[in-house]
Every structure is written in C-alpha cells, then in structure tokens.
Design a protein around this ligand. Structure first.
Ligand SMILES: C[S@@+](CC[C@H](N)C(=O)[O-])C[C@H]1O[C@@H](n2cnc3c(N)ncnc32)[C@H](O)[C@@H]1O
Length: 239
C-alpha cells in the first residue's frame, strides 16, 4: 500500500492525517501553483452540478480547507457539513468560513470517511474533492458514502487521473515529475508529502477503473467528465 512515509510502521490513515496536518499552511497556495488555479474551476463545476440537484443536506468528505463545502454553502437552504481527519486542515477551513460569514450554513467536523458518524440515508448530496485516493480502504470509504446517502442521492467525486492519450500522458508525466517536485522543494515543508501525492496520483485507478469500483459499491448512473486533458476527472453517481 502506498503511504506518505514508507519507512514508518503506522497505518496509512495515521500517516495521511499527520501529513495533511503538516502541510495545511501550504496546501491552498501549492494547490494554486500546481494546478494553475484550475482546481477552482473544477470546484465551480461541482457547484454547478450540485445546484441543479437542489440538495437540502450536503456532506463534503475529506473537506480539507473547505473549498467545496464553502461553495456548497452558497446553495439556498442547504445545510453543509464538511468532515476530515486532519484537524489542522479543518482549522484553516474554519477561518475561511468565519471570514465569509457562512457559519450558519457550513460547519466542519473531524471525521473519518471510512467510519461516518451519520445515520443511513441521511444526505441528499455527497462531494469528495481529491480525497478518495488518500483513503486507507477505498471501497470501505465509498461504501460509507453510499450508506449515508439517501436513495437517489448524488455522489460527486473530483480526483486526479492519468490522461488516456499516450502523447498527452507522456507530457503529463514530464510535467508532474519536474514542475511539481520543483515547486514542492521551493515552497513545501514536507518533500515526502508531495512525492506521495504525485505517486498516488499516478497509481490511482481512474476513468473506467474507478467507475467499476463505484458500481461494485452499488452506485448507478455513473458519468465520467475528464478535466484539463484528463489530468483530473469529475465522477457523478447516484444511489
Ligand atoms: C488533497 S486534500 C483535499 C482537500 C479538499 N477536499 C480539496 O479539494 O482541496 C485531501 C484531504 O483528504 C483528507 N482525508 C484523507 N483520508 C481521509 C479519511 N479517511 N477521512 C476523512 N478525510 C480524509 C485529508 O486529511 C486531506 O485534508
């Protein structure tokens, strides 16, 4: 199993929590640099899809610094909860929510995607942005999302993916193996974290493979929307 600190014996979940705690101060800035701010556009895509569904209760899993939860907070009469295992990422998110005065519609709680503290059939919508590839047990995490979603509720996942076109894949590989480590070496406190994020992006089952996993968990009506030449993908599924 790919983990951030391969030499350490602690579980992937424990390492992920520590890693995101450690990089929380840099996270938004590096996300901006590494994706050329495209992540904002993809998160706006999620909001456009979500708005049409008119959710009343939404859960943003692996919410991190709460970008997606904050966007969902703009949907009228929608109560949004964001959960994450990293308290430091949540603290950055809480400050952003306070600054935007969204405390009434958006709240953040420490919580594990693989063990959600909610009743079955509770949410109309679940979003997960760049979170699933960090789960210790992917099927268990998605299974929990399935459990707490209402029947016909929607799951929207945004995750890195590997471009299918061979030439684009080569260029993508060159870019990720040069530019990202360079930026991480200049700006990040934790070089191993960015090595892990890169390696996990390359090995994560994307496209049709991820669709198959969603189907195995029970999701239906799955659509796949590649972004930026397939370097990230939005998946939409229903229960
Ligand atoms: C790359 S960040 C994504 C943050 C945010 N969703 C975004 O799109 O910018 C991944 C987040 O997933 C969280 N995470 C990883 N495994 C988790 C789990 N099992 N339960 C909850 N959060 C988890 C990490 O703590 C981290 O904040």
């Amino acid at each position: 199993m790919l983990k951030p600190y391969q030499k350490s014996r602690s579980s992937k979940k424990n390492q992920i929590e520590k890693m995101f705690d450690k990089i929380s101060d840099d996270y938004d800035f590096l996300n901006w640099i590494i994706t050329f701010n495209s992540h904002k556009r993809w998160k706006n895509n999620i909001l456009s899809i979500a708005k049409k569904l008119n959710p009343k209760k939404a859960l943003d899993i692996a919410t991190g610094t709460a970008d997606i939860a904050i966007k969902l907070g703009s949907i009228p009469n929608c109560e949004v909860v964001g959960v994450d295992i990293s308290e430091q990422m949540l603290n950055i998110g809480r400050n952003k929510i306070r600054k935007k005065n969204l405390q009434k519609s958006v709240s953040l709680q420490k919580g594990d995607a693989e063990n959600l503290n909610y009743n079955d059939n509770f949410f109309d919508l679940i979003t997960i942005g760049f979170g699933v590839r960090n789960f210790q047990d992917l099927e268990k995490g998605l299974g929990e999302s399935f459990r707490v979603l209402k029947p016909n509720g929607a799951l929207i996942v945004l995750e890195t993916s590997v471009p299918e076109n061979k030439i684009i894949r080569l260029l993508y590989s060159f870019f990720t193996r040069t530019y990202i480590p360079l930026m991480a070496s200049i700006f990040s406190k934790d070089k191993l974290a960015y090595k892990y994020l890169l390696n996990s992006a390359e090995s994560f089952p994307s496209g049709q493979k991820f669709k198959k996993i969603l189907e195995n968990v029970g999701f239906k009506n799955i659509s796949i929307r590649p972004k930026l030449l397939g370097s990230s993908t939005i998946y939409i599924a229903s229960k």
